[in-house]
Design a protein around this ligand. Structure first.
Ligand SMILES: *Cc1c(COP(=O)(O)O)cnc(C)c1O
Length: 373
């Protein structure tokens, strides 16, 4: 049997992906998880106790249209539930965007490196990846993206703060960029780490939708990061009701579990918890950032709950070495590692282990010894 002959053309042509590789192995157990940008403090006590009380009710199907959580979000943003689409994680919403909007050959524009779900979604649906390099300070290059827009551009994606680099752009710059896009381009702004940005002028581009922006714009948010609900899988899109209604066509039936909706609805009521986690993270990420510099690493100043850094050694070997110390970190590419900011204790252990791992590894070819520890 030739399986490849059964395949949809886009899947046949899809390059190997990190996501694909990850689906073939499970993550090691009993490790300190500093590789997936989860919230080191977990979910709040109120969410935990609310879920415990509801466990036995989960023999019932949940509300088909996730109305409670959509209504809650709509009230929060002074929008209508018709402006909100719930997905089993914002990654599932990203997949819906591809399924609903991409035709074969459509150009999808974003910067590279960025969140890996985007290139996957483009290829899954036969779109063409148009990747503009980040600026030298690792930020989204919005001018570069505008220059790359053509008649075939279907979607322009901005991840802000960006993953894996942890950089962010002031919202006003992203808003100006969105307004400059021609009307045939759907703007997608992924704000998965929005709550971690420590800048009083930073605002969500949901504001443009509240103000009645009349061109295609989708803002993505998630409960996986600061709300600490990654394993429950719940995220959402905010947009014009016409766009949201079309996206519903690609929404799986019963796509968000009853318990995930309940957790998210409860978590939204507890903004003090979000503020507490944010304050801890802002404090701790500075300590980790400075610790990395003290070890001789190059590190990018973080705006979210993770740090992109270069040890001047093979990042795969560094990750492997850290695994042997019981700590998982990520290896986004051939130069960099990425670490999630943890609790103070985890961060101390991380920096200590990294120092040991670096000492045991040779510098990469061509790296100046003066950069070494
Ligand atoms: C983690 C992350 C997400 C969220 O993924 P979920 O599917 O909601 O868990 C979305 N975008 C970016 C940039 C991320 O890093």
């Amino acid at each position: 049997m030739e399986v490849s002959e059964l395949l949809r053309e886009s899947i046949r042509q899809k390059p190997a992906s990190k996501r694909g590789a990850r689906q073939k192995r499970s993550s090691p157990k009993n490790m300190v998880r500093m590789n997936l940008n989860e919230n080191a403090y977990g979910m709040s006590d109120l969410v935990k106790s609310t879920l415990m009380q509801d466990v036995a009710e989960n023999y019932m199907y949940q509300d088909f249209y996730a109305y409670d959580i959509r209504k809650k979000l709509a009230d929060l943003y002074h929008l209508s539930p018709d402006n909100i689409l719930i997905g089993s994680g914002s990654s599932a919403v990203i997949d819906m965007l591809g399924e609903v909007f991409i035709n074969y050959g459509d150009e999808i524009l974003y910067c590279s490196p960025t969140y890996e779900a985007f290139p996957d979604m483009v290829s899954d649906n036969g779109g063409k990846r148009v990747e503009v390099p980040l600026t030298p300070d690792w930020k989204y290059d919005l001018d570069g993206m505008l220059a790359a827009v053509t008649d075939k551009t279907k979607m322009a994606i901005v991840v802000n703060p960006n993953n894996p680099t942890g950089t962010y752009l002031p919202s006003a710059e992203v808003e100006a960029f969105v307004r400059k896009l021609p009307p045939h381009v759907l703007a997608v702004v992924d704000e998965a780490y929005f709550e971690y940005v420590d800048d009083p002028n930073h605002y969500s581009l949901i504001r443009m939708i509240q103000e009645g922006y009349d061109r295609p714009l989708i803002v993505l948010r998630t409960f996986s990061k600061i709300y600490g609900l990654a394993g429950l899988r719940i995220g959402y899109a905010v947009g014009d009701p016409d766009l949201i209604d079309e996206m519903m066509k690609a929404c799986q039936a019963w796509n968000v579990s009853r318990i995930a909706s309940l957790a998210a609805t409860t978590a939204l009521d507890e903004q003090e918890y979000v503020q507490k986690v944010k304050a801890e993270n802002v404090k701790n990420r500075k300590i980790v950032y400075e610790g990395l510099l003290a070890l001789g690493c190059y590190a990018v100043k973080p705006a979210a709950n993770f740090i992109y850094f270069d040890t001047h050694r093979d990042p795969k070997a560094v990750s492997q070495g850290m695994t042997e110390h019981g700590i998982l970190i990520s290896t986004p590419n051939a130069c960099f590692n990425r670490v999630t900011v943890g609790t103070p204790e985890q961060n101390r252990d991380f920096l200590k282990a990294l120092g040991d791992v670096m000492k045991a590894l040779p510098l990469r070819d061509g790296e100046a010894p003066d950069k070494a520890v």
